[in-house]
Design a protein around this ligand. Structure first.
Ligand code: GAL
Length: 985
């Protein structure tokens, strides 16, 4: 059945049953998940020819849980220098991460002879009554094996398969016995199939999804198809269930009881959408089985260059999701899938792209039930051929036709009954090639009810949508106007060019969430809302693919590609999620939730503009509130009456008299915050869940000069402050640098501002005081700060003015020298910050501030950070990015207070009306942050380092996207800041 070297064959497998729909029914299922025996071998020969025999002695083998990836489990690697190491191993025998490169030579369809092969054996007992003599009575199903599996039952070979993220089944026929049976599965790490699975993720071999025996009653339905539609004009639903055997279709709620194959028109059914996932439960009944039907009525269409669902345009607020768990890899449990779906719903996410392969079918079931639109991507990416100039790319080679169509067929047939599946994506980043026409035709033949997407072929001939990754805001805006330039290789005005311009646009990836970021989410959303050509966008990506490992001291940390002694590696590029690997939310997720919030609220004077951003829901389920705060302290709150808004409708209401009066009566800086909440707990969030927020300043008194204890400041001979209010301090000194974020580092040689900072040395400024002028109550220090070897510099002055109860500080700075044209090839150096760094005693513990919070914020990421009064421990101000980098900034700060046991309370206030500053406070310096490889390298240095900045640059998403827009950079022009320092206690 399996030819010699079948794992290097372009055939997809042998001996398997025809692919079909994933269903659940009342027929018995025997889960074969559990503890198996396992033996790893260095080559595809595995542990030898006798392994499949039932009497083979595997008592000396490892035990392994299934489903799992053996590289994440404690198993023996018999030929390794150290055969047993704690999992995950950090050498070539462990999990390997590459981004685009194949971890083996490009020599298709062959793979190295070093091909770790895991023999898996399970002894199990068949429940009585399963064998009734029919060869098709029992089916053995694998939901996913990476990358090539050969299967024997009781020594009889059943067949083999590739296509890791897709199910395959065998009729076990007469190989199955009463009582004890032995299943043997030989899994090869590398196979010809690996050339089709280069999806920027960890290479994780193993039986990683469920293994099941299905009992199939006599005359059982094998495959079935549920096809529905919904007519917006009449509210009529269409339903037709087809199957390969006779049976009856029952939907009690709709009074349906008809034979299979009947087309029904059902008046007044409710449609399915991600916002209102209305499902009708039914049954397909045959003589001996009741199969569950999960029915959602909806019609997907493309009209006038727009993507419509049920006749209305949709704007998908999407995320890309890989399956990932920090300990189990892609062997996800249902609880993790459910947690993902719920967290997406809470963040206002309405759509998920299953990058870059079909997920576990249970995930789709959750999307059906809880409501998420799905862009379902086939298990296909051939990215590594880019290193061969795309020579030999399987999508352009008829020899691979069988493997490619096999993958598409298994994808569409498994999932076409899922109401949540909105679009099919043929592949990710596989270049272009002759095979796509056939793949596209196959999808149409098997489904024909959903549009088809392929992003990478510049002709878009096989795609119903135009799509791109990571365009700049300007390029995106041009697409909205249907005025984009023709893609490279497409003749302007050619039929392909004209056709593409008529297509709706889907932003399949944007806002690369690597490290601290992404910035500009609100700006992207604004552009996406500007044209009905846009069907929406998908942030890259949902969760960091970090794996939990232990360092030499036993401390757990999140490992990435470069933590493994294997080359090539994609390094840290796997840590680019909105959630950290342990699924705690990163600041980026909070920002996304604020931007994706379905109800838009904007305060304009005393008017509130309300926009219902739902595609299909009105606002009956939403309650609106207002609150007025003065200097961040609540003075009044109440309900806001807003008329019922239809989907996508907007209105404006006046703030109630009570709110306006409260604002008039208050002192200080007075803000109103309006919020929209779910009236009832939606099932995936607690009651009161926020679905929209807006803020506006109602009035503001000039800031009061705070008074405190007598200042008694001590300066050294260079005019540097040494003591103030009895506290020993370092600085303040001018600071221009931050520990580079992943986005500052850019990608390769592109958009890498951090490289220019390192080249000129912004992290190693030398300071020179030019002059110190002392007056009776004043000290003026002027100076120049510049890196060694450079002619560019910051010239600055610090003017201290003491009065009876405080001290004013005026910082002025200007840039001189070749900032815009350095001799280093980095044409302009764009400093990440302009401000002051002050060292304070380590006893300072808490910070209270009036400004934006509570989470971190940057110039291009402020939507989630509301103006208010917040308190946090210094330690809690740190975001533990798994690769240490700049974090914890707060823009728009008016004032802050530091407290610590036994220390005077220190206040820092912006002196001028309307002025604000950025601050960070941490127990280590920016230099320590940059040096640290992992969070556990960061140590309390005994000081609190407080940065008070005129400005810090934004975040952007240049780690895989456009350069940071000019407006979010720190301009190299004269600037300054006036602060007042006071103390109490
Ligand atoms: C895209 C790709 C993703 C991921 C991302 C960067 O090009 O489709 O798989 O690699 O870039 O993280």
């Amino acid at each position: 059945m399996s030819g010699p070297r079948y794992w290097e064959s372009t055939a997809p497998g042998a001996g398997r049953r025809a692919p079909r729909a994933w269903t659940t029914s009342d027929a018995p299922v025997l889960s074969l998940n559990g503890t198996w025996r396992f033996r790893l071998s260095p080559t595809a020969a595995g542990a030898g020819p006798r392994v499949p025999e039932p009497d083979f002695d595997d008592s000396g083998w490892d035990e392994l849980r299934v489903p799992s990836h053996w590289v994440l489990e404690d198993v023996t690697v018999p030929w390794a220098a150290e055969p047993r190491l704690p999992a995950p191993r950090r050498d070539e025998h462990g999990p390997l991460y590459t981004n685009t490169a194949f971890p083996f030579p490009v020599d298709p369809p062959r793979v190295p002879q070093e091909n770790p092969t895991g023999d898996h054996r399970l002894r199990f007992t068949l429940p009585p009554g399963w064998l009734d003599g029919r060869p098709d009575a029992v089916v053995l199903r694998f939901q996913g094996v990476d990358s090539c599996a050969r299967v024997w039952l009781n020594g009889t070979e059943l067949g083999w398969s590739t296509g890791s993220r897709l199910p395959f089944e065998f009729d076990v026929g007469t190989a199955l016995r009463e009582g004890t049976n032995v299943l043997a599965v030989r899994v090869h790490r590398w196979s010809a199939g690996s050339y089709l699975e280069d999806q920027d993720m960890w290479w994780l071999p193993g039986i990683f999804r469920d293994v099941e025996l299905l009992h199939r009653p006599a005359g059982a339905v094998d495959d079935l198809r549920v096809s529905t539609g919904w007519d917006a004009a009449t509210g009529t639903g269409r339903l037709r269930v087809d199957a390969d055997r006779p049976g009856r279709v029952l939907v009690p709620e709709l009074g349906v009881d008809v034979p299979v194959g009947t087309t029904l028109r059902l008046p007044e059914v409710e449609p399915w959408s991600a916002e209102v996932p209305r499902l009708y439960r039914g049954t397909l009944r045959t003589a001996h089985e009741a199969i569950d039907l999960v029915i959602g009525f909806r019609t997907v269409s493309i009209e006038d260059g727009r993507l419509l669902v049920n006749g209305s345009p949709v704007l998908l607020r999407g995320v890309n999701r890989h399956e990932h768990h920090p300990r189990r890899g892609r062997a996800l449990d249902r609880a993790t899938m459910l947690a993902d779906v719920r967290a997406m719903k809470r963040a206002g996410v309405t759509a998920v792209r299953t990058s870059h392969y079909p997920p576990h079918p249970e995930f789709l079931r959750l999307c059906d039930e809880i409501g998420l639109w799905v862009v379902l991507e086939c298990d296909l990416e051939t990215h590594g051929f880019v290193y061969a100039g795309w020579e030999g790319n399987p999508v352009d080679d008829p020899a691979w036709a069988g493997a490619l169509t096999d993958r598409v067929r298994r994808t569409v047939l498994r999932d076409r009954n899922s109401p949540s599946v909105l679009l099919w994506s043929l592949a990710n980043e596989s270049g272009s090639g002759s095979q796509f026409a056939a793949l596209r035709a196959l999808v149409d033949e098997l489904d024909g009810e959903r549009p088809v997407l392929y992003e990478r072929d510049p002709t878009y001939r096989h795609s119903d949508l135009f799509a791109l990754m990571y365009p700049s805001l300007e390029d995106l805006a041009a697409i909205g106007r249907r005025a984009e330039p023709a893609p490279a290789g497409v003749e302007p005005g050619s039929p392909d060019d004209v056709r593409r311009r008529g297509l709706p646009f889907l932003l399949v990836e944007y806002a690369h969430a690597m490290g601290n970021g992404p910035g500009s989410l609100a700006e992207y959303q604004r552009v996406l809302g500007s044209s009905d050509r846009f069907a929406g966008g998908f942030v890259w990506e949902w969760v960091d693919h970090g794996l939990t490992a232990r360092d030499e001291r036993g401390t757990e940390f999140t490992m990435h590609g470069a933590d493994v002694a294997f080359r090539p590696t994609g390094g840290r590029f796997c840590l680019d999620g909105l959630l950290f690997a342990d699924r705690t939310a990163s600041p980026g997720l909070h920002e996304l939730a604020a931007v994706y919030a379905p109800v838009g609220l904007a305060v304009e004077g005393t008017r509130v503009v309300v926009r219902n951003g739902h595609d299909v829901r009105d606002t009956a389920h939403v309650r609106f509130r207002w609150r007025v705060e003065a200097d961040g302290r609540r003075v009044a709150e109440g309900d806001l009456a807003v008329p019922l808004l239809a989907p996508r409708a907007r209105t404006a209401v006046e703030l109630p008299e009570e709110a306006r009066a409260a604002a008039q009566g208050a002192r200080g800086e007075v803000w109103v915050t309006v919020t929209a909440h779910d009236r009832e707990p939606p099932g995936w969030a607690p009651g009161g869940h926020v679905v929209g927020t807006g803020q506006g300043r109602l009035r503001s008194d000039p800031p009061r000069r705070r008074s405190g204890t007598a200042p008694e400041a001590g300066f050294d001979e260079h005019g540097a402050l040494r003591r103030v209010f009895g506290i020993a301090v370092d600085g303040p000194r001018p600071d221009l640098w931050r520990a580079p974020t992943e986005n500052d580092r850019g990608q390769g040689s592109r958009n890498t501002d951090a490289a220019s900072w390192a080249a000129v040395g912004l992290d190693r400024l030398r300071h020179r005081v030019l002059d110190v002028v002392r007056g009776p109550r004043e000290l003026l220090v002027t100076g120049r700060s510049a890196p060694a070897a450079q002619a560019l510099a910051l010239v600055w002055s610090l003017r201290w003015t003491l009065d009876a109860d405080g001290l004013d500080l005026e910082f002025r700075a200007g840039f001189t020298g070749p900032w815009d044209d350095t001799p280093h090839g980095h044409h302009a150096v764009s400093p990440p910050r302009l401000g002051l760094r002050l060292g304070l005693p380590g006893g300072y513990r808490a910070v209270e501030w009036f400004g934006r919070g509570p989470g971190e914020s940057y110039a291009d990421s402020t939507t989630a950070a509301l103006v208010g009064r917040y308190v946090a421990d210094v330690d809690a101000l740190q975001t533990p990015y798994p690769v240490p980098q700049e974090n914890g900034n707060h823009v728009g700060t008016r004032s802050l207070v530091l407290t610590g046991p036994g220390l005077p309370t220190l206040h820092v206030d912006a002196l001028d009306a309307g002025a604000t500053f950025d601050f960070t406070a941490r127990r280590w310096t920016s230099e320590d942050l940059e040096r640290a490889r992992h969070p556990q390298d960061l140590r309390d240095g005994g000081r609190v380092w407080l940065n008070l900045d005129v400005a810090q640059r934004g975040l952007g998403s240049a780690s895989c996207g456009p350069a940071l827009p000019e407006r979010h950079r720190v301009p190299t022009v004269p600037a300054g800041l006036r602060l007042r320092l006071t103390a109490s206690g």
